[in-house]
Design a protein around this ligand. Sequence first.
Ligand SMILES: C[S@@+](CC[C@H](N)C(=O)[O-])C[C@H]1O[C@@H](n2cnc3c(N)ncnc32)[C@H](O)[C@@H]1O
Length: 296
Amino acid sequence: MKKNKPAKPAAPAQQDVAAQLGLRPGQSLELLKALHILTREGKLNQDSRRKLKQVYHLYQFIAPLLEELSANDHPVTLADHGAGKSYLGFILYDLFFKPLGRGSIYGIETRAPLVQASQQLAADLGFDRMQFLNMSVADSTQADFMPAQFDIVTALHACDTATDDAIAFGLEKHAQALVLVPCCQAELAAAMRQNKALHLARTPLAELWRHPIHTREIGSHLTNVLRCLYLEACGYQVTVTELVGWEHSMKNELIIARYTGQKKRSSAQRLRELLEQFGLQAALAHRYPLSGVAAP
Ligand SMILES: C[S@@+](CC[C@H](N)C(=O)[O-])C[C@H]1O[C@@H](n2cnc3c(N)ncnc32)[C@H](O)[C@@H]1O
């Protein structure tokens, strides 16, 4: 009688690579090759390794959320905004959604060739609960074919205001969790640049953004502070931490928001005050529509 052959152990070189990458059992080497993290020969591609390290690190934060939200056979829905090549989505699917056998991932991305490549790769790998949509985050919020509810929203280095749009998407879709690693931010700095002289005459605070490099830095920092306050005002508990060491990326602030339903009035108030102090009410009121959320 023919016996089933035991699974072949990985070749020593592959074991090496697997150890270096910290691969989990069952993880697809084909996927890593397709994402160019491994070369066709199964060797490490150093540039992509950096990306993989970020995504793995992020996975440690997302996995407990996925586990919790997929309890009671719930099929978790996750939207990944500004998906790019969808490293994050593919790794999440491979590590969590595939073995679980339920739940789906939507990747939203404006660059058509990246969307097409992701669609092809998902088809090749049989990752059939992944969808890739060639549209902006804002348009995906309005699209009537999208589910009315998403459990988790991720946005890893989604450019500029795409992170704000991802927050608006999460609020609209009643997301239980948002995991955001913001990218460069230009909108707020542009508003601060306007009437700089006026603000310098009005408040010593304007010294914080007198020099152009400071305008950029404080613009980016303040943007994230306002985003956190806004999420708290909308009923989320917010944690801000570091994604990975600075040697891997200059943009490594990780914002995790969990829905509790407790809308913090104090955060809404602080948000309003900061907008006023920094002279940003007119330019940014549309980003933080607080009316009816947590009125003073
Ligand atoms: C820096 S890349 C990050 C890609 C991916 N999340 C990652 O970390 O590898 C940002 C991506 O967001 C996309 N993007 C920028 N603005 C967008 C928007 N408003 N809606 C959807 N995608 C957007 C860009 O085309 C780009 O692929």
